[in-house]
Design a protein around this ligand. Structure first.
Ligand code: FCB
Length: 451
């Protein structure tokens, strides 16, 4: 990014700014039924014909469960400060309640110790979507009892790892679990019912708040928060119908989560719109949800353009579009971060995911993924713009460390800055990884020069 990677850009980031890479358990680990792991809802969902683009699953994925040491060396080689990963709940507590699985706990302990030994800060996510299938059989997130199981799970992980990890995020993208998992049904567990989806979102938020309270009471020292997927919503036109729909969509994606977390209430316009589908809320729930956080994670990929009557054509803006069909819109990240800072009393913000899927070509052992490199550079610059406007940012993590199982898209979409050959499991640094490594190297020189 020679044109934008200036001394100014490096100077924007304070010395304690945390640079990282991110993954999640189901997407990389494999070993789906080994060493006592129970089934997750993704294990069973992937077995349904037609739900995953290439009919694949996470049985093997990147085989990270067996190759974790080599992967940690690779992460260390990038020069990052932090690694964001998730724990597979059914690996550590196979049924979601009852016995814990020592082999699963020991795996994450080895992983965390391995990170610390390499000087990398562990950023742990508890729920990156792979709910134990046994809990789903009892209603899953639609059942309020799952909230209590999640609090137990959080405490169990903190008991084992809470002194070692730097940060614990309760949930990754509750909107995705609620809406894609329970309303459109394109993700596990594949339910299609709006009322259920809304109740699920309430239970996710409640379990987040209660877990935070329980973790704090237990003396856990890790920094605690949640990770949301957020995008600016832009109306396709100034027509009143487009503007009204845009406000509604923004309410469902952003205010439905941000308002309860930071204002202790659901947005009234969305409750009105939901009517009978509004969630059942018990006394005390909203206060629990609004428990103070140490950080807020934001996953940002693109903006949304909303039209009242027809789907928006992503190509109409003339901008680049990634292999997911998502518009490359870096200034949306600035807009979003500034808005969160302006509208809510937020703790330090972290971009916990940002990156792009592109069609990569391996030739002579190299992958010249200029599209991805450009994407990451421009988003880092956009984040720096937000910081110059006063937003308190704690860190930035690239999604993803390596190519992996991209949910309903299977292995067809590649988000990694490291290429994975799924036949041989050979990892190859793409040009984006080399650029990120060099960028972080220059950032370290700036740190040690005290500028
Ligand atoms: C996010 C997910 C992550 C990955 C990226 C592309 O919604 O958190 O697991 O799939 O999208």
């Amino acid at each position: 990014m020679n044109n934008i990677e200036t001394a100014d850009l490096h100077a924007t980031f304070p010395d304690d700014f945390v640079w990282g890479v991110a993954t999640s358990a189901y997407q990389i680990e494999g070993a789906a039924d080994q060493d006592g792991k129970g089934l997750s809802i993704w294990d069973t969902f992937c077995r349904q014909p037609g739900v995953i683009a290439d009919n694949s699953n996470g049985d093997i994925a990147c085989d990270h469960y067996h190759r974790w040491e080599e992967d940690l060396d690779m992460i260390a080689g990038l020069g990052v400060d932090a690694y964001r990963f998730s724990v597979s709940w059914p690996r550590v507590r196979p049924g979601g309640s009852g016995d814990w699985n020592e082999a699963g706990l020991a795996f994450y302990e080895r992983l965390v110790d391995g990170l610390l030994a390499r000087g990398i800060k562990p950023y742990l996510t508890l729920n990156h979507w792979d709910l134990p299938d046994e809990l789903q059989a009892g209603g899953g997130w639609a059942n309020r009892a799952t909230v209590d199981r999640f609090v137990e799970y959080a405490l169990g992980i903190a008991y084992r790892l809470g002194d070692k990890v730097v940060s614990i995020a309760t949930h990754n993208e509750p909107w995705v679990v609620a809406v894609l998992g329970h309303e459109s049904g394109v993700f596990a567990p594949g339910i299609k019912n709006r009322q259920t989806a809304i109740q699920v979102s309430h239970h996710l938020l409640l379990s987040h708040g209660l877990a935070l309270q329980a973790l704090r009471e237990s003396g856990c020292k890790a920094s605690l928060g949640i990770v949301l997927n957020l995008s600016p919503m832009h109306a396709a036109s100034d027509a009143p119908a487009d503007l009204a729909k845009t406000r509604l969509e923004d309410g469902r994606l952003l205010r439905w989560y941000m308002d309860p977390l930071f204002k202790g209430r659901y947005p009234q316009d969305i409750l009105d719109d939901l009517g009978d589908d509004a969630p059942v809320v018990h006394a005390g729930d909203m206060r629990a949800i609004a428990t103070a956080m140490d950080f807020l994670g934001v996953n940002y990929y693109s903006r949304s353009v909303v039209s009242a009557d027809k789907p928006w054509d992503v190509h109409s803006s003339g901008r680049d579009v990634t292999d997911m069909g998502w518009e490359v819109y870096p200034e949306g990240l600035t807009e979003l971060l500034v808005r969160l800072h302006r509208d809510y009393p937020v703790p330090p913000l972290y971009v916990t995911e940002n990156g792009g899927a592109f069609k990569d070509q391996l030739s002579d052992g190299r992958i010249h993924d200029t599209g991805r490199t450009d994407y990451i550079q421009r988003h880092i610059a956009a984040m720096a713009d937000a910081m110059r406007e006063g937003v308190r940012m704690g860190g930035y993590m690239v999604w993803s460390l390596m190519d992996n199982f991209e949910w309903a898209s299977g292995y067809e979409k590649r988000f990694g800055i490291v290429h994975v050959d799924y036949d041989t499991q050979i990892r190859t640094l793409k040009d984006s990884a080399r650029w990120y490594r060099d960028f972080l190297g220059r950032q370290k020189i700036k740190r040690s020069s005290g500028q």
